[in-house]
Write a protein that binds this ligand. Structure first.
Ligand code: IPD
Ligand code: CA
Ligand code: CA
Length: 262
């Protein structure tokens, strides 16, 4: 395992332990609303602080982009952290949430770690070295078309998002696949694509910390990741489509046809 991945795994497990200590007592948490339907608790903040402590203990100069604490430092290595992806699930005791840590070197995504503290499943990947779940190699699914495929998505929840356009696309996808799941933690959705549990995934309006680690996982598991408009980088636009190569092509094509209609 790459030394940086080792650090990320230690940090993710430690943050995961902290998260699970609060899981049965979510009623006692003070919840703040960042904007409508966007919540944060002291668990998110202290999990992020703990992750950053781990990183800086080993590498004091590394730069950070964290959901809760923002951007700090400047270095060729940058850690992109979502300390608790799926906060809404966590707050409801719905066991689908994760710690997500991506590592960029000179602007390129190199490593990804996603840890589900409830199931204790650990997903890791490094560019050129493949992706693993609990140390065992994972691959994207073999589904060869949308027909029969199981997809993941995220619903638009911010006021500035075009819900009608999303619903039209959703209807089209739903009618042509075996099913669509909205599990509520984008980092895990991407990890599920990497593990072949989902054949594809799409969501708009994500932030870099939702995707950084998951993108490395999907690519290293043999899948493809792109921006919905076909050009551009989802890390910049926030609009992601991912899947095994065949499903990626089919789903990406469908999304682009919808985008063109608007
Ligand atoms: C959210 C989750 C969710 C996605 C949202 C994200 P958070 O992250 O990944 O699945 O639909 O767009 O903001 O706020 O729970 O870290
Ligand atoms: Ca998130
Ligand atoms: Ca979060």
């Amino acid at each position: 395992m790459h030394p940086l991945v080792n650090i990320a795994v230690g940090a993710a497990r430690s943050a995961g332990n902290l998260i699970m200590r609060h899981y049965d007592r979510v009623d006692e948490l003070r919840v703040q609303t960042k904007q409508r339907n966007d919540f944060v608790t002291e668990v998110d903040r202290s999990a992020e602080a703990r992750i950053i402590e781990h990183i800086h203990r080993a590498n004091p100069n590394h730069a950070i982009l964290g959901e809760e604490s923002g951007a700090s430092g400047s270095d060729e290595v940058r850690w992109i952290i979502d300390p608790l992806d799926g906060t809404t699930n966590f707050l409801h005791g719905f066991p689908q949430f994760a710690v997500s840590i991506g590592i960029e070197v000179r602007g390129k995504l190199e490593h990804g770690v996603v840890y589900n503290p409830y199931t204790q499943e650990l997903y890791t990947a490094s560019r050129g070295a493949g992706a693993s779940l609990d140390g065992r190699r994972i691959r994207v699914s073999r589904a060869s078309s949308l027909d029969g495929a199981l997809l993941g998505t995220g619903f638009p929840f911010r006021d500035d998002q075009d819900i009608d356009a999303y619903v039209a696309l959703f209807k089209d996808v739903m009618a042509n696949t075996a099913g669509v799941r909205r599990a509520g933690a984008a980092a895990l959705d991407l990890a599920f694509v990497a593990a072949g549990r989902l054949d594809g995934f799409w969501e708009q309006g994500l932030k870099p910390w939702d995707m950084a680690a998951g993108i490395v996982l999907v690519r290293e598991a043999g899948g493809m990741v792109g921006d919905m408009a076909g050009r551009g980088d989802p890390m910049n636009t926030g609009n992601i489509v991912a899947g095994n190569p065949k499903v990626y092509e089919a789903l990406g094509g469908k999304i682009m046809r919808h985008l063109r209609k608007r």
